[in-house]
Design a protein around this ligand. Structure first.
Ligand code: PGA
Length: 295
């Protein structure tokens, strides 16, 4: 059968409007050109597809069959076009990600892998604390955000991506360093270095202490995990940090995790976006990259 896609497209337009004139207008062709294409199509399939009864055009049985197949093929082409446009989107395009500070020990590596795979993608990564990140999420600033617990007052789609345990960190020569099963209340007399208000790490720590009726003695507030590590190393106190913040320090570093009852606090990172948001092809692909089950 020598049937062209163009003929099927013209036939679909004629069959839909049951008029050569309207189909010609729609396709920006002349009416005789449309008529000729339909005649050629009928010759190819060796059956009449349209018949004129009185003034009106009608589809024959063969015409209905050809129409159904034309629609399948044209629909398939349209879907193909969309998929190709999506792939094009992965060749070029922007990805805006915002993450909480603790996730900066994990996400940049995953983002690096992703960017190596799709070199045309321009990625922008913002690292901030939980409170600022929630404000960005509410304003729909980023494609995706990564945070330590799903937001309580925003309607979002949030999926867990990895463990984020919080541990008690001290200097390696701290008197509690080799003790086992240290009771939480023993920490009440220690000097604490806490993250700034608005930090998710701080929020989780404070909630845990509160649940156990303990008020930590806060010696200092610092706005960064790295600064807190330096302060611990400098002998200024102990802190509760994501265990990932210690990942690059190695065994022989100056810091040590204390064996405190109830720790590590089990937390997870979530990747999230506002419910109803239309994710770009790039964001979808990065999401799939983050979700281990889809990898
Ligand atoms: P933050 O993030 O302490 O930097 O706000 C950590 C978290 O929310 O788990």
């Amino acid at each position: 059968m020598h049937v062209s896609l163009r003929q099927l497209q013209i036939f679909e337009a004629v069959a839909r409007s049951l008029s050569y004139t309207r189909a010609a207008e729609e396709l920006h062709l002349t009416q005789p050109a449309v008529f000729t294409q339909i005649k050629q199509l009928e010759e190819s399939v060796a059956l009449p597809l349209l018949e004129r009864i009185g003034k009106r055009l009608h589809l024959t049985d063969a015409g209905r069959e050809v129409l159904a197949t034309s629609r399948d093929m044209l629909g398939g082409l349209e879907r193909l076009e969309m998929r190709l446009a999506d792939m094009q989107g992965l060749k070029k395009g922007k990805l805006r990600i915002a993450i909480v500070t603790t996730a900066k020990y994990l996400i940049p590596r995953l983002l690096g892998e992703f960017c190596t795979r799709y070199p045309g993608i321009e990625a922008a990564l913002t690292v901030t604390n939980r409170e600022k990140l929630l404000a960005r999420l509410a304003d729909n600033v980023d494609d995706l955000v990564v945070l330590g617990a799903p937001p309580e007052h925003l309607d979002v789609v949030a999926t867990p991506i990895a463990e984020n345990p919080l541990v008690v960190v001290a200097r390696h020569d701290h008197p509690l360093a080799d003790k086992k099963k240290i009771p939480l209340k023993r920490l009440a007399t220690e000097s604490f270095i806490l993250r700034e208000p608005g930090s998710g790490t701080r929020l989780a720590t404070e909630r845990h202490f509160e649940q156990h009726g303990i008020v930590p003695r806060v010696r200092m507030e610092l706005g960064s995990n790295e600064a807190i590590k330096q302060a611990i190393a400098g002998g200024l106190g102990i802190s509760v940090l994501s265990s990932h913040t210690l990942a690059l320090d190695g065994e022989r570093g100056p810091l040590q995790v204390l064996d405190v009852v109830g720790f590590p606090l089990r937390r997870q990172w979530y990747v999230a976006y506002p419910r109803g948001k239309n994710l770009s092809a790039v964001a979808e692909a990065f999401l799939a990259h983050l979700l281990p089950s889809l990898r």
